[in-house]
Design a protein around this ligand. Structure first.
Ligand SMILES: [Fe+2]
Length: 624
């Protein structure tokens, strides 16, 4: 029987993406921004589609079905109804939105067919069903509760579903304008950050603040019901009918106008961040309780933009009713491309899901447990390494064409060499394997460094990323050692769970540290891995298994053998406001314009100035 090839697409809002599902196998998935080099690119994902087809070795006419992640006509209906309900107040935003809708969104099926150059029916999924499908079908669970939370899809802003085998029943929903994601985005806007982009900054800022505005938010802005549903007081929000998220109501309630994007962050912004983070976590916990009682499941799958709130996810795991949580790594709208492809396969075509009984692959497998032998599990995401890869011969050809010299290493000797360079304080650009799908770099397009270094946080921010950040960098840790270093002993392969550094690894802050303010607090060593420890002793953990990413694992393992520390810094291979690198050329350009010391591209090692390894023996040529 010939395989069924389903192309899933998400586009025209933010983070456009394409995904190709061939039977039950995700053959390829990628965000358009990585190819177009336009961050959060919302255009048609033409280059991502090209890549997916090339990866599968098929032509566009060999695609059997095309799915789009949401229903544009229903979304249009929401826009129209919202305008009518608030008319004439929303006239300006309505008139501004119309050209885009009339230009292509309403005729999307024709547009997609013409852009793809194929004459196939396009099936339109439901936005939250696409999120739910992206959370459940590739998860390691045969049965699970599914929770989706974001800003808004067509009408839905949050949903509870139940997945069993190939079935996915949507059970409950919350509807626009009542939305946790939009509440969080309103505070993102009011504290001077970019909506749909700066939400993670609020999460990083929260530990510096006090929850002084929680009462004001609860009294004036939002009613939180026992089941986790919320009701926003629309007198305070402008997003239904205006061109901004908040207006004069917020200014009155929070003591003045919003912070201008270039103005300094003050204690008010920190307290607002902490307050809205606390409220969001409470809502997430209540929603999880509802998902648990509705389904009776012990397992939870999560997706939607709010599922990228890894601090909230960490609390769900610690305090919520579920034994296990699996979060779709592309939890935002890019993951909708994957979700609609899965929904099309199982719900529309009625194809069975590969079951635990059939393969033994879906269920977590216990191999004895105990220290050093965590249970194995398998999801269908392949480590979320679903993008393009470049072989040694591709890299060699690129180096030759561009007259760039590099040292070719024996693959067996490479991990120890890189570990030595990290231990000696070098910052390494690591370009290997298939590019990650989703917003996090997971060791294939990553910058890695020594987590034990007290100044690495500043070095990375100022010399490499060209930014000041309230967030520390994230740790990548060998899975079998995670419980020795963090208050955590579970899987976090996609860096979407936050937990505290283990008390045994913490150090008391020096005298006078309590007087420090704002970002200065982050420069105080709070643990033996200060580069990855936040001011509240928390860390955004990536657990690493060899089966998911062999070279990455071997590097951390070699670093552990050398230093006794199984933790390194992992941050995305890009600079501020640019997408993560995709090609050897992107990687080299980023390497050359930053203070990075070493670039590793598969087996090739490039250094731009004299670098030393742990034994002070190695020097290499100048590249600048
Ligand atoms: Fe969404």
């Amino acid at each position: 029987m010939s395989p069924i090839r389903i192309l899933g697409l998400s586009a025209y809002y933010h983070d456009s993406a394409a995904c190709l599902l061939v039977d039950d196998q995700i053959v390829a998935a990628a965000q358009e921004e990585r190819f177009s080099r336009k961050k959060h690119d919302e255009g048609f994902p033409a280059q991502a589609v090209e890549y997916c087809l090339k990866q599968a070795g098929i032509g566009r006419h060999e695609v059997d079905f095309v799915g789009f992640y949401e229903k544009p006509l229903v979304k249009f209906d929401r826009l129209l109804e919202s305008y009518i309900a608030s008319a004439p107040r929303g006239l300006r935003s309505y008139l501004m939105a119309m050209p885009m809708w009339l230009g292509h969104k309403l005729w999307l099926a024709d547009e997609i067919r013409s852009k793809l150059g194929i004459d196939k029916d396009v099936l339109f999924g439901d936005h939250h069903e696409s999120h739910a499908a992206s959370a459940f079908y590739p998860s390691p669970f045969e049965e699970a509760a599914v929770l989706t939370i974001d800003g808004v899809g067509e009408w839905t802003t949050s949903s509870v579903a139940h997945g069993t085998g190939a079935g996915l029943s949507m059970l409950r929903e919350m509807r626009f304008p009542h939305s946790v994601g939009l509440l969080y985005s309103a505070f993102t806007y009011f504290t001077g950050f970019k909506v749909n982009e700066g939400e993670y900054k609020i999460m990083g800022l929260a530990p510096y603040g006090e929850p002084t505005y929680v009462a004001a938010i609860r009294d004036h802005l939002v009613d939180i019901h026992d089941d986790g549903s919320i009701k926003l007081n629309l007198d305070y929000f402008e997003f239904v009918h205006g061109l901004t998220m908040t207006g004069s109501g917020f200014e009155r309630l929070f003591g003045g106008p919003r912070r201008e994007p270039d103005a300094p962050v003050t204690q008010r912004e920190m307290d607002l961040a902490r307050s809205v983070q606390d409220i969001t976590e409470e809502v997430m916990l209540r929603m999880a309780n509802t998902a648990h009682s509705e389904t009776g499941s012990r397992r939870l799958c999560l997706a939607g933009g709010v599922a990228l709130n890894c601090v909230g996810n960490g609390r769900l795991l610690r305090e919520g009713p579920f034994d296990e949580i699996w979060i779709q790594p592309a939890a935002g709208d890019a993951g909708g491309a994957l979700g609609v492809a899965y929904a099309l396969r199982h719900k529309y075509l009625g194809k069975p899901r590969v079951s635990a009984e059939a393969t033994g692959a879906w269920q977590p497998r216990t191999n004895g447990g105990g220290h050093g032998t965590p249970p194995e599990y398998a999801d269908a995401m392949q480590g979320s390494l679903l993008g393009p890869a470049y072989s040694d011969s591709d890299i060699a050809a690129w180096l030759q064409t561009n007259h760039v010299e590099a040292e070719r290493m024996d693959r067996c000797a490479l991990p120890a060499r890189i570990a030595g360079l990290i231990a000696a304080g070098n910052v390494i650009g690591l370009f290997q394997g298939r590019m990650e799908f989703g917003p996090r770099a997971l060791g294939c397009r990553s910058i890695i460094a020594d987590a034990r270094s007290t100044d690495m946080q500043s070095v990375l921010n100022l010399k490499i990323k060209f930014r000041e950040s309230f967030r520390p960098f994230a740790p990548a840790v060998l899975r079998e050692h995670v419980a020795d270093w963090f208050e955590f002993d579970a899987e976090s392969p996609y860096m979407l769970l936050v937990a505290e550094v283990a008390p045994s690894r913490r150090v008391p802050p020096p005298v006078g540290a309590e007087a420090l303010w704002g970002i200065e607090k982050l420069k105080v060593a709070r643990s033996t891995i200060p580069a990855v420890t936040h001011v509240d002793d928390s860390a955004r953990i990536q657990t690493v298994r060899r089966v998911d990413n062999p070279l990455y694992y071997d590097i951390i393992r070699a670093f552990y053998d050398l230093t006794g520390c199984p933790v390194i810094v992992n941050t995305s291979f890009n600079v501020k406001d640019e997408p993560i690198v995709c090609t050897p050329d992107d990687a080299y350009q980023c390497f050359m314009k930053t203070g990075m010391d070493v670039l590793v591209m598969e087996s090739f090692v490039l250094t731009k100035r004299r670098v030393q390894d742990e034994n002070n023996t190695h020097t290499t040529q100048e590249h600048r």
